[in-house]
Write a protein that binds this ligand. Structure first.
Ligand code: ADP
Ligand code: ADP
Ligand code: MG
Length: 544
């Protein structure tokens, strides 16, 4: 094996089903008698990067396993032992038939970067450079090291890697393999913004003539990398269905709008809109009074030092925090919320009411979801409240109220921690990487709720986040960290979003414009007309 692919699935079987009858004939796979059921499969195309986007628990990973040949689909009947011949029979006359024929005849070689890098990480032994050298079939070792910026992890033992480093190792390993089909399940997890932009560039550059399949939740990465998009919809963990292939722009826009025109399907009852006029015009827009400020803050660990000369966040304002991994973002916000004591400097006021969602979350308790929510706020579960409708229900927490917190999945726990933090009445809210483990739809539910709470309560919010589209969606101003990861971090003063991102993106040479239909930020294709024009004008983030 290449050390990339793990076969054992971490899921247990699930129960209850209420399936739309109309779909019955199209079932592709079912896990167990009452298990999750998948409808439809995207058809991979050579020379195209195909992305699958949508809610968690609707079968994205299952699709990747089927198209990798790791899982032979049973067409909805878990009683039969499916065979490859059966699959070829079923797909005869369809476009996807030739793909499976080549796959099963071993004419297509597949590499699969799996979703759970931590699981694979535990199985790896040896130095990064040695591991990668051994599998360098394409003779691209040096190129990959440079492109993915792996210099500082090159001589590290694989068992000591951070999440982001492990992700880069596994993506790098997949790219070094000579294959026909490259499959990437959530490659942006744990990566910082810089690394995500790099990853996007590298995937496009190195896989031009291959079959490429990808699942991810970061809209900027997806938009930059993919040619085609298939949107997943359905009832998480009960059934999932995949849409037709759309162009990347149309697919992402349909997903945001929650409506698929080719299949005439309304996926959900709300739209995700980037122009949040409704929020901007809401009572309580950014005021002038300062909710939290800092000056002369210094903190040193052995080998690392942080400096935050000055800055403030005003009432009703959301400030995004951007910077590479290891530059001190978590250290800084811990100082703001009083979890860490600075060596020098002041944070004012000393006693504000704080609500904090830390980066590392753990199922800390045997209590139930209901108890945790009621503890945060007595009214958080009253079903007529705004909070219940837009946070509790949209996060799906209403179905988990009697579950023990210790039984939740990573995504469920993240949603609980975000909801619990928002439920509290506070002057200052701090969220450290809230979109980790949660899907694309939930990220925007989260961001919208954060903005609304901040505006309505006239509080101040800081949010550390690696998803650039989320910053665009939620942040009024941003703080960009400068310095050297693992050595020193400098906290710049908050600046208006556009200004901050413009400066930040200039370093990468990637330009952005706004999509006319949805208002979301889109990366320009390198050397396109807009790319050249914006670079000439020094407008890397052109967002009128
Ligand atoms: P996604 O990638 O969209 O989050 P998955 O394909 O991982 O979705 O899973 C879809 C559903 O199938 C989930 O509800 C999951 O619980 C279930 N599932 C996944 N793998 C298995 C398995 N090996 N056995 C039983 N159920 C599974
Ligand atoms: P970020 O959130 O930007 O990824 P962190 O604030 O977590 O960065 O870490 C910044 C640097 O400080 C890293 O090099 C990290 O190893 C180091 N560091 C963080 N906490 C401690 C600690 N308690 N003791 C020693 N070093 C630490
Ligand atoms: Mg951090």
């Amino acid at each position: 094996g290449c050390g990339i692919c793990v076969k054992k699935c971490p899921f247990d079987a699930i129960s209850i089903v209420n399936l739309p009858d109309a779909l019955e004939g199209e079932a592709i796979h079912r896990y167990g008698i009452n298990g999750f059921k998948l409808f439809g499969l995207p058809t991979p195309k050579r020379g195209a990067i195909t992305a699958i986007i949508g809610k968690n628990g609707t079968g994205k990973t299952t699709i990747l396993k089927i198209l990798s040949g790791e899982l032979v689909p049973n067409f909805g009947d878990p009683e039969v032992m499916p065979t490859q011949d059966m699959v070829l029979q079923r797909f005869r006359g369809k476009e996807i038939h030739s793909y499976f024929k080549e796959l099963y005849n071993k004419e297509l070689r597949v590499v699969h970067k799996v979703q759970y890098v931590e699981v694979v990480g535990r199985l790896l032994k040896g130095k990064v450079s040695d591991l990668l050298r051994r599998i360098d079939e394409r003779g691209k070792l040096d190129e990959i090291r440079t492109l993915l910026r792996m210099e500082s992890m090159w001589e590290k033992e694989s068992s000591t890697l951070s999440g982001g480093e492990l992700q880069k190792l596994l993506v790098g390993a997949a790219l070094l393999r000579e294959a026909d089909v490259y499959v990437f399940d959530e490659p942006s997890s744990y990566l910082d913004i810089n690394e995500r932009l790099n990853l996007s560039r590298v995937l496009r550059q190195l896989l031009g003539d291959k079959y490429v399949l990808m699942v991810d939740h970061d809209l900027i990465v997806l938009d930059y990398v993919a040619d085609l998009v298939n949107v997943m919809y359905g009832e998480p963990s009960i059934y999932g269905r995949v849409s037709k292939s759309y162009s990347v722009r149309a697919g992402i826009n349909h997903m945001l709008k929650g409506f698929l025109p080719s299949e005439n399907v309304k996926m959900r009852d709300y739209e995700i809109r980037f122009y949040m006029k409704d929020l901007a015009e809401m009572e309580g827009v950014t005021g002038t009074s300062i909710k939290i400020s800092w000056s002369g803050v210094q903190k040193s660990f052995l080998g690392f030092s942080l400096s935050a000369p000055r800055g403030e966040v005003r009432e009703g304002e959301v400030v995004g925090i951007v910077g590479p991994n290891g530059i001190g973002k978590t250290t800084f916000v811990k100082i703001l919320v009083g979890e860490l004591k600075a060596d020098a400097g002041i944070v004012e006021p000393e006693k504000s009411r704080l609500a904090y969602k830390p980066q590392v979350i753990s199922p800390f308790t045997e209590r139930t979801v209901r108890e945790v929510m009621e503890d945060a706020s007595k009214d958080s579960l009253s079903s007529s409240s705004w909070f219940y409708v837009e946070v509790v229900r949209r996060f799906g927490l209403h179905k988990l109220l009697d579950s023990s917190v210790s039984s939740l999945s990573g995504g469920e726990l993240q949603k609980l921690m975000i909801a619990k933090t928002l439920a509290k009445e506070a002057d200052v809210y701090v969220f450290d990487e809230p979109s980790a483990y949660i899907d694309v739809e939930e990220r925007y539910v989260m961001a919208r709720a954060i903005k609304r709470v901040t505006r309505e309560r006239r509080s101040a919010t800081l949010i550390v986040e690696h998803d650039l589209a989320i910053h665009d969606y939620v942040a009024d101003r941003i703080i960009v960290f400068s310095g050297k990861p693992g050595v020193s971090g400098n906290v710049e003063e908050p600046v208006p979003l556009r200004h901050g991102l413009n400066k930040f993106l200039r370093e990468f040479g990637i330009t952005f414009r706004r999509d006319a239909e949805t208002g979301r930020p889109r990366a320009n294709k390198p050397m396109s007309y807009l790319d050249r024009l914006q670079k000439e004008r020094n407008e890397y983030y052109a967002m009128e």
